[in-house]
Design a protein around this ligand. Structure first.
Ligand code: BES
Ligand code: MN
Ligand code: ZN
Length: 490
């Protein structure tokens, strides 16, 4: 989708989008002589200008027919708060409408450059789709819209969009692509290749560890998960040094289980296809690093993706196996389906030993239990530091990637003690997301600020949202991007 900005409406054929805030219909004055008819149409449709409501009408402009989309932005909302949704609503409605071009006219409605740029962001995010495997789409199902012009948002909107939001669209798109692709296409090696292809020229430094390199480092937990699969594991390291040599970096670590069958503790068949997106955390880390590089963020960030496939097989690890992690701590693998924490344990140790970060944020589709707690509205946030937690929650509110803080504590930690090893990889069913987080915390070294985001309910959505279609949401990219912008870059 091409997003452009202009001072005034161009000539020619396009759908005209007009935002209407509740009962305030001043945007309709852009319609000239057709204003009255469209207003009457809104009344007939009982259109009240609620956020994301749409009225579609056609007018005659000097003999030519023009499609007019009146989009509600809500009565009380500021233009800043409703901008993204406005763009998203218009894009969703027009994408396969037959229109090739649309103009969103903000003239005289109080949108400044920032708000207008955010209209562009919502438009671009909501237009993302992946049709690679749809070979039989009928002509009238194919996307037609290829350009949206945002008019009247004041000078600087275009520059603001290109510098601040186009990089976010780039990162989120990469994440969605990785999450959407099935596991026969995206496995650890091809994940790395796809990311490398996508970040070419961005200035990100890339390092890739293969099985032998990880074996040498003693990553017995990550490799234990990988050993049942014909696919070779990888550890992908992405570095962005936007703040020069100064200071300790911040680390983002993602769970990248490219398919989770459960291993020998195999999952039930129904719904198992969803486990292609068990690499959503790693996808978010890759997307976020791409965004930060594209917008040349003034921060030093290292991104780690722990990439494995969890399969049963003659060489798979067994329940009861004891593995030795890179930290030296041993783990009794009670359940091979609690594999994400095993991958993260070694990834978290690696990043601390190698990069000495002051702060680690890990993202993982870690537990079904977080869905029981928080549904699909919030991801769970766990942290050993109140200040870090508060800053992440704020970044979540601002970006829309919302986080709900969950507890940690000694009584939960005791639940993963093992009679034979330093710990076991599962606790009881109750508090399953918390014991999973406690497990990861055992690998966080003294003085390191750490937060864990359990995003099992967020990587994929069964229904469309204002900035995404059904499917991969791109969750996590905007959270991390916003955190870097608000906390590290000032
Ligand atoms: N990848 C799953 C968690 C998951 C479940 C993500 C549903 C998205 C939707 C994870 O590896 C897993 O299998 N967790 C187990 C842990 C259990 C064995 C302690 C779970 O949640 O059931
Ligand atoms: Mn699992
Ligand atoms: Zn998993």
């Amino acid at each position: 989708m091409k997003i452009r900005f202009a001072e005034s409406r161009p000539k020619g054929d396009y759908a005209l989008v007009l935002p209407v805030a509740g009962k305030d219909r001043k945007a309709l004055s852009a319609l000239g002589p057709s204003q009255k008819a469209v207003a009457a149409g809104l009344d007939r449709q009982r259109f009240e200008g609620e956020a994301a409501s749409v009225s579609e009408q056609f007018i005659d402009e000097n003999g030519a027919t023009r499609r007019v989309l009146v989009v509600g932005t809500g009565a009380g909302a500021s233009v800043g708060d409703s901008a993204e949704k406005l763009g998203g609503t218009a894009a969703a409605r027009l994408q396969t409408s037959g229109e090739k071009s649309a103009v969103i006219d903000l003239t005289g409605l109080g949108y400044d450059a920032d708000a207008a740029a955010q209209v562009g962001l919502g438009t671009a995010l909501r237009s993302w789709r992946y049709d690679r495997y749809r070979t039989k789409l009928k002509d009238n199902q194919k996307p037609t819209l290829n350009e949206v012009v945002i008019v009247g948002g004041g000078s600087g909107a275009g520059k603001r969009y290109e510098q601040r939001w186009a990089p976010v669209v780039g990162g989120v798109s990469l994440t969605r692509e990785l999450v959407t692709e099935p596991a026969n296409i995206i496995y650890p090696e091809s994940f790395v290749e796809r990311v490398q292809e996508s970040i070419k020229g961005s200035g990100l430094e890339v390092d890739v560890l293969d099985r032998a390199a990880m074996h040498k480092l003693g990553m017995g937990a990550l490799l234990g998960v990988a050993q049942g699969s014909a696919r070779q594991p990888r550890l992908l390291v992405l570095k962005w040094n936007g703040a020069g040599k100064s200071g300790q970096p911040t680390a983002f670590v993602g769970k990248g289980v490219t398919f989770d069958t459960g291993g020998i503790s195999i999952k039930p068949a129904a719904g198992m296809e969803a486990m292609k997106w068990d690499m959503g955390g790693a996808g978010a880390v890759a997307g976020a690093l791409k965004t930060l590089a594209l917008r040349k963020a003034k921060a030093n960030i290292v991104g780690i993706c722990g990439l494995v496939e969890n399969m049963p097989g003659g060489n798979a690890q067994r329940p009861g196996d004891v593995v030795t992690t890179m930290s030296g701590q041993t783990v009794e693998v009670i359940n091979t389906d609690a594999e994400g924490r095993l991958v993260l344990a070694d990834a978290v140790t690696y990043v601390q030993r190698k990069f000495k970060p002051s702060t680690i944020v890990d993202l993982a589709t870690l537990t079904g239990a977080i869905l029981i707690s928080l549904g699909h509205e919030w991801a769970g946030l766990f942290s050993n530091n109140d200040d870090l937690a508060a800053k992440l929650q704020k970044a979540g509110e601002e970006s829309g990637d919302k986080l709900w803080r969950m507890p940690l504590g000694e009584p939960f930690d005791r639940l993963i003690d093992s009679p034979i090893a330093d710990m076991k990889n599962v606790g009881p069913r109750e508090g399953g997301s918390i014991t999973a987080a406690q497990f990861i915390q055992r690998f966080v070294e003294n003085g390191v600020k750490w937060a864990h985001v359990d995003m099992a309910g967020k990587a994929w959505s069964d229904k469309a949202g204002s900035t995404y279609e059904k499917g991969a949401t791109g969750f996590g990219v905007r959270l991390l991007d916003n955190y870097v912008a608000d906390v590290l870059e000032r």
